[in-house]
Design a protein around this ligand. Structure first.
Ligand SMILES: [Fe+2]
Length: 287
């Protein structure tokens, strides 16, 4: 084996992976080492900086538990989550665009019936959320499954406030009707800060970045024979649409939430008239 040298460091380490039987693993590790060594050489990393980086990553791991995923947050604020999503779900403009999963899909959404209210504590501005799931050529997808979750009025997900919010608050697993349509009651989403009391918050503070995300509602939508999509719908006019801390905003995912004055519809869905309405149609690609 060639001995280590500064000039040939990446080649020497890459060669150590030559016997890797899984070709994809060999390619990924080789590229990782080449980029990592190039980075260390580019910034001429000091020993103190190296130790600080190890400490940062150690604390990032130690911050993680069943309901706190600091590594996803780190990936999010570095734009890696969005890049992976975007590379893996190029739509060609023919289906709903994806965006980040985020760190709060850590609990199963309760199964709910169409029309149910996912706001169990009724804090916030009531809102009807509805739309249609379609496939190729706009064909409805009966029985499509929609997993939805959002933060509450004060900017926290249920899992962040045990004992304050009821479990399953603002989450739901819905099955679309025979026309691929869905609807449920909720509250108008609000903007919120991502958790900033850990290493990722230190990174944001040290770089003068804010921790806020614009108002959004998360969706994972799936249907047999189709690629599922992990996405959000963003509320038009929300603060931080142009500076999302995790780079998740795409123009095609922004929707207005107008006030609707329709006493008959309001009575039918159990909302006081007038009410806010968020309409989000979702187009899936065939698998
Ligand atoms: Fe979120």
């Amino acid at each position: 084996m060639e001995l280590f040298s500064e000039e040939r460091s990446a080649d020497v380490v890459a060669a150590s992976f030559a016997a890797t039987t899984d070709p994809r693993l060999r390619d990924v590790l080789t590229s990782l080492v080449r980029h990592l060594h190039a980075f260390v050489k580019d910034v001429e990393l000091t020993e103190g900086e190296w130790a600080a980086a190890i400490d940062f990553l150690t604390r990032t791991g130690q911050m993680c538990d069943g309901v706190r995923q600091e590594f996803i947050l780190l990936s999010d604020v570095l734009g890696v989550s969005m890049l992976v999503e975007t590379i893996n779900h190029r739509t060609g403009g023919t289906s709903t665009e994806s965006t980040v999963l985020g760190p709060f899909h850590v609990t199963a959404s309760p199964v709910r019936a169409l029309g149910d209210d996912i706001s169990l504590d009724h804090k916030g501005t009531p809102c009807l959320v509805s739309g249609q799931v379609t496939g190729a050529g706009g064909r409805p997808l009966p029985g499509a499954v929609l997993d939805v979750w959002q933060a509450g009025e004060d900017g926290f997900y249920d899992v962040q406030q045990p004992g304050v919010q009821p479990p399953g608050n603002l989450r739901g697993l819905f099955t679309a009707d025979d026309q691929g349509r869905y609807r449920f009651r909720s509250v108008v989403p609000r903007h919120y800060p991502i958790p900033s009391d850990g290493p990722v918050g230190e990174l944001l503070a040290a770089t003068g970045r804010h921790a806020n995300r614009p108002a959004h509602l998360h969706f994972i939508v799936s249907a047999p024979g189709h690629q599922s999509v992990t996405t959000h719908v963003f509320v038009a006019g929300s603060p931080y649409l142009d500076s999302d801390a995790v780079f998740g905003v795409k123009d095609s995912l922004i929707r207005a939430v107008p006030e609707v004055d329709d006493p008959e519809l309001a009575a039918g869905i159990g909302l006081a008239n007038p009410f806010q309405a968020l309409t989000f149609d979702i187009a899936l690609r065939e698998a």
